[in-house]
Design a protein around this ligand. Structure first.
Ligand code: DC
Length: 228
């Protein structure tokens, strides 16, 4: 079932979303932005005044609503459309507040277990590209191609800055650096499903590479897997 699936994991700003969206479009794959799902649950918690470490309350709330993420390949510079019970939260889930809290919520094992079950359901029977932190290590360890995307800290800061500016948000370099380092630390240091290179995964360092070069490299690796 997983045999045409690609997983892309990596730290914040490594280019996962951009690359995954282009791959989805060019290879005709279902696109699953797992980070958007953790962001939606985090927004719910914040809106309802729930503590970011109150696992049971967050889980109860998440199970009560319907979170829909658009799995069609979108343009690389567009955010995944997300709704909660039909309400468009595409913009709000990218806010600084959600960005600051999402790593705390995504540390919670119960929340992760629920998200993973939704992600598996979504990809069921589809040829998909999933992007996140644990898609190759936990969600689809049997995926055909497992990529670990990375880039130097400097480059990741520059990319995040560009992304924020493009979306009309403020972009303070020192603040971005602090946020990325903080997020890396929590994502890689948590007990449940930390960010790791998945077993059998291929590390692709995108520092100094153009988007096109990264896409071509992954397409080559995918082609090799598909054609044995
Ligand atoms: O990719 P992103 O920046 O939208 O992800 C937001 C956060 O969600 C990230 O800091 C960690 C968490 N996340 C996760 O724990 N597991 C995933 N598979 C995807 C995201």
């Amino acid at each position: 079932m997983d045999n045409y699936t690609i997983t892309i994991d990596g730290p914040a700003g490594s280019g996962k979303s951009t690359i995954a969206k282009i791959l989805a479009k060019e290879l005709g794959l279902t696109y699953i932005d797992t980070g958007a799902m953790y962001r939606a649950v985090t927004l719910l918690a914040l809106e309802n005044g729930i503590d970011v470490d109150d696992e049971q309350a967050i889980l109860d709330l998440a199970k009560k609503v319907k979170i829909d993420i658009d799995n069609h390949a979108t343009d690389a510079d567009k955010y995944t459309s997300v709704t909660i019970d039909g309400r468009d939260v595409t913009g709000p889930i990218r806010s600084r507040e959600v960005g600051a809290a999402v790593s705390m919520v995504s540390k919670l094992s119960g929340v992760r277990k629920y998200m993973v079950s939704l992600q598996r359901e979504m990809a069921q029977g589809a040829k998909a590209v999933l992007e996140g932190r644990d898609t190759g290590s936990v969600v689809f360890p049997d995926a055909l191609l497992k990529i670990f995307l990375t880039a130097s800290l400097e480059e990741r800061i520059n990319r995040r800055k560009q992304q924020l500016l493009q979306n009309g948000q403020k972009a303070d370099r020192a603040l971005i650096k602090e946020e990325i380092i903080h997020r890396d630390k929590i994502d890689s240091g948590r007990q449940d499903s930390p960010l790791v290179v998945p077993q059998g995964g291929v590390i692709v360092d995108t520092t100094g590479l153009s988007i096109k070069e990264v896409v071509e490299k992954i397409k080559r690796l995918y082609g090799e897997k598909v054609h044995g």
